[in-house]
Design a protein around this ligand. Structure first.
Ligand code: C2O
Length: 456
């Protein structure tokens, strides 16, 4: 049946997981306990813990071939928003509290790049928010660069929706909000050192990630940051193509009804979904000092057509050593010739692309990218105009399964980086595989196909 919207209910306010009162923590724990119990007592109930985790697994490549992957393209943000909505309503139903709201883990707030205490203390199964498949210790901090103010500013300053949200349906092109800190947090929770470059369950592999309660606090923050970014730029910060606008998904709701929710409803979190985010109160850095200094002019970028096939490039190998490659700087007219993504009608931004990234099945790693800094290595500070950003690859399945294959990573050039990338010719791109804070992974074999800068 069609989703009706949460008409008549009050607005649920999602708070930072660091700011919950003790009765809010108790309520959340009761809800997760009930969710886990339902999974044991009635494994067929679609609202139970494992069934809910498997909804995520099914939609990220664990379903039939006909199920479109909700990672690696612009479905990522709206699908996870809808998934969290129904999950939150189920939690509320199980404890008889329709106002129960998911907390968010604001790893971008200073000092909160550690797991929120209610999820790790006590660190055993008496705590329904605990998960034994985690590699981090309580109070262990994530590498600062992954969630730094500079990193958040880089993210929230992206002008084009495709840079932040990902490429259109059918592409294998995650957006920066996905391939950056989102993936990094998944990897870090289970494997903070990341040296062996293989994904570790639960959070470190998409098919099992929904089994860890922290998943939902992590994704609430991703959803919140999407909202912060949208509010900086208005409606033009959304894809306008019909395929996006007309998309619906189906979920089981809190009453076990199979309901279909539309994109319009998903985009209307305040009205249709009836939830909002309260600002982190400790330091209130929600805006990250980002001014809307260079809004996109003109129309929304049209979605590139899917039908233009890319010429396969010869695979190149990135091992544990940093590597320098020469990359052409293409103007619009050259892009199709080069076999790259076709440009939009009115080129608006420049991006550095690393196309055709693939790891062996189950593989996971982080790669940091600089331009025109051929001596940079894993100890070079990730800042300044030559620093482009970092991407993390998370496997969809464990090592026994074939994985979803290649993806394309694209970084929109910041105003600062624009100064060091010429208008034509070539640049040197430095690719630095990274484990932990400043180590090299062991035995890495990452393939990629093309590196270039394109105006699009
Ligand atoms: Cu569907 Cu954080 O993953």
């Amino acid at each position: 049946m069609p989703f009706q919207g949460d008409i008549g209910s009050s607005t649920r306010v999602r708070k930072s997981a660091f700011e919950l009162t003790s009765s809010e923590v108790d309520k959340l724990r009761q809800a997760f306990a009930a969710l886990r119990k339902l999974s044991v007592n009635d494994p067929a109930d679609p609202r139970g813990w494992l069934q809910q985790a498997n909804v995520h697994c099914w939609n990220c490549g664990g379903g039939e071939a006909s199920v479109e992957n909700i990672h690696g393209n612009y479905w990522f943000l709206p699908w996870h928003r809808a998934y969290l909505y129904f999950f939150e309503k189920i939690l509320g139903k199980l404890v008889g509290d329709p106002d129960l709201a998911l907390p968010y883990w604001d790893w971008d707030t200073r000092g909160r790049n550690v797991m929120p205490p209610p999820y790790v203390i006590p660190g055993n199964e008496s705590n329904p928010l605990f998960d034994r498949y985690r590699g981090v210790a309580p109070w262990q901090a994530m590498p600062a660069w992954a969630t730094s103010a500079e990193e958040m500013k880089r993210l929230l300053s992206l002008r084009d929706w495709a840079s932040l949200m990902g490429g259109p349906a059918g592409s294998r092109r995650p957006g920066a909000l996905e391939f950056g800190t989102h993936n990094r947090v998944h990897q870090w929770i289970t494997d903070p050192r990341g040296r062996a470059n293989c994904g570790v369950q639960d959070m470190g592999i998409f098919s099992t990630a929904g089994q860890d309660p922290i998943f939902f606090a992590h994704h609430a923050n991703v959803d919140r940051l999407w909202e912060v970014w949208r509010n900086l730029g208005g409606e033009q910060r959304l894809p306008a193509d019909a395929e996006f606008r007309q998309r619906t998904w189906t979920f089981y709701d809190e009453n076990k009804r199979w309901v279909s929710i539309s994109m319009d409803q998903i985009l209307d979190n305040a009205g249709s979904l009836r939830y909002e985010y309260s600002r982190p109160s400790l330091v209130g850095r929600m805006g990250h000092g980002v001014a809307v200094s260079h809004p996109l002019t003109g129309a929304v970028t049209p979605a590139p057509s899917k039908s233009v096939a890319k010429a396969p490039g010869a695979a190149q190998l990135l091992t544990s050593e940093p590597q320098t490659v020469s990359a052409p700087v293409l103007v619009s007219a050259e892009i199709a010739l080069f076999g790259a993504a076709p440009p939009s009608l009115e080129p608006t931004v420049r991006r550095l692309h690393v196309d055709g990234v693939a790891l062996p099945p189950g593989g996971s790693t982080t790669v940091r990218v600089f331009v025109n800094l051929p001596d940079a290595d894993e100890r070079t500070p990730p800042s300044g105009p030559n620093y482009i950003g970092a991407f993390t690859v998370i496997p969809h399945h464990g090592s026994g399964h074939a994985d979803v294959t290649r993806q394309d990573v694209a970084f929109e050039l910041s105003a600062e980086t624009e100064q060091v990338v010429p208008g034509a010719g070539a640049i040197l791109v430095r690719l630095i595989p990274l484990a932990g804070e400043d180590m090299r992974p062991l035995g890495l074999t990452l393939e990629y196909q093309k590196v270039y800068v394109a105006t699009e």
